[in-house]
Structure formats: structure tokens, C-alpha cells
Design a binder for this molecule. Structure first.
Ligand code: 3SL
Length: 241
């Protein structure tokens, strides 16, 4: 297995696809996707365009549909939910399809949707993703951070590093054998530096600070936990996990 980390969807190669591509948006899209599927949602369908989400979700039975929209961290008017994983309780989401559009996370998923295997990872389901990779053993893996509007994000990079660390802990691979690019080594070093204070790292992160200004402290706490959900969100068809 060779694992490559890309800091943003824009920095991800366009001339090839890996065997497995993983989108990461710890704050908060992939944390929400893992949570909602773990809570029993039928599926999650992602959109970069809000109007398209509203239009296509109209065809779905209203009682089995939830619309989630986030822009700039805040809930989009007219949606049932914003992008807080804490709103995704089993009572609320069971058997429903979540139609979701967020600023960056859904864009990252769309960027990699052509890969034969597409996953969504966050810190909360890190070990489940690691186990899945070890079981399926893809030759090439890309971890694509969502970043923020084209720029680097600390929390996505630390999650990429947590996945690298988990793979190294459960295999005989060395960092040199596993890492396909320098970003993978940098992400590993970042994770190893912060692994005992991931909430502290979120407080340093610019998007963490943005969410704190929106009173989302509980979201930061939830999303900074590792390995609490045994779920691997997998793409079933383009745009649907
Ligand atoms: O950018 C995104 O996709 C979101 O996850 C951002 S937020 O955490 O909902 O503000």
C-alpha cells in the first residue's frame, strides 16, 4: 500500500485515480456523515450546489428526507439541519436520506468520486477506516483533506496523520514504505505531536476558531474524539454514501 496525502481538493492530481480515495473534513462534514450513518440513516447524498440539493431532494418522500446545509459554518435557511453531528440522533435520522451541502467537505467528496472506492473519514471513525484499509489492502490510497476554501486545514491534516499512524501500528510497514509523498510524513508528525490534545489542536485551527465564534464548542469536543464509531462511510454510487 502507498498512501498519499493532499491538503486540499485543488492540490489533488487530476490525471489519475487511486484504488481508494478518502475524503476528510473533521470540522465537520465527514464527522457528520459518519455520525448520521452510524445513527441509522439510509444514505447520505452530497451536493456542492444548494439549489440542486433542494430540487433533487423534492423527489424523495418528505418523511424520509432531511436537508442539511452549511455555509460559513452556519445553517442554511430552509434546511432541516446545519452541519452539526450532534443533531444527528437516531430519533431524528433513522431510515432517512440526508441530502447535504457544505462549504468544503462535499466538494472534496465530489473531487474523488471517480475512484473505484471512496470513503469518508474523520477522527471519530479513524480506526474503522484503518481496519477497512488493512482488510481490502488497496495498492494506492489518497487522503484528500477538505481544507477551507482552497487553503490548508490543521484538523484534516492531523486526521490524515492519525490514519497513517493507525496503519503503521497494525502492519509491518515502515513510514518510508507506506508514505507516497512528503505530506503523509508531515501529517504523521503532526498527529504524533498532538495526539494527546486533539481538542487543543482544534482550538489552534482557524476553522476551529470560526466554529467557536459560532458557539460550537460541543462540536469541537465531539469531533476531536478518536475511534468512537465503528463505521466506514463508503460511496455506493457517485455522490451517495
Ligand atoms: O466546510 C465544510 O464542509 C464544513 O464542514 C464546514 S462547517 O464545519 O460545517 O462549518
Amino acid at each position: 500500500m502507498k498512501l498519499f496525502v493532499y491538503h486540499t481538493p485543488e492540490l489533488t492530481p487530476t490525471d489519475s485515480v487511486p484504488d481508494c480515495a478518502i475524503a476528510v473534513d473533521v470540522l465537520r462534514a465527514t464527522s457528520t456523515i459518519a455520525t448520521v450513518l452510524h445513527a441509522g440513516a439510509e444514505a447520505v447524498q452530497v451536493f456542492s450546489d444548494m439549489d440542486q440539493l433542494m430540487q433533487l431532494s423534492e423527489d424523495w418522500p418528505a418523511e424520509k428526507r432531511l436537508r442539511a446545509g452549511e455555509r460559513g459554518g452556519a445553517k442554511v435557511e430552509g434546511c432541516d439541519l446545519g452541519n452539526s453531528p450532534l443533531d444527528c440522533t437516531p430519533e431524528r435520522v433513522k431510515d432517512c436520506r440526508l441530502f447535504i451541502s457544505t462549504t468544503n467537505g462535499t466538494r472534496a467528496l465530489q473531487r474523488i468520486e471517480a475512484a473505484p472506492s471512496v470513503l469518508a473519514a474523520a477522527l471519530i471513525n479513524r480506526q474503522a477506516v484503518v481496519n477497512y484499509l488493512l482488510e481490502t489492502n488497496p495498492e494506492t490510497v489518497w487522503i484528500v483533506s477538505s481544507g477551507w476554501e482552497g487553503s490548508y486545514s490543521l484538523e484534516d491534516s492531523v486526521c490524515a496523520g492519525a490514519i497513517v499512524d493507525g496503519l503503521l501500528a497494525s502492519s509491518s510497514l515502515s513510514p518510508k514504505e507506506l508514505a507516497g509523498n512528503d505530506e503523509a510524513i508531515a501529517a504523521l508528525a503532526l498527529y504524533r505531536h498532538w495526539q494527546d490534545d486533539l481538542l487543543g489542536l482544534m482550538h489552534h485551527a482557524s476553522h476551529g476558531q470560526r466554529l467557536l465564534r459560532l458557539n460550537c464548542h460541543e462540536d469541537l469536543k465531539y469531533c476531536s474524539q478518536t475511534d468512537i464509531l465503528e463505521i466506514v462511510p463508503r460511496q455506493k454510487e457517485p455522490g451517495v454514501l
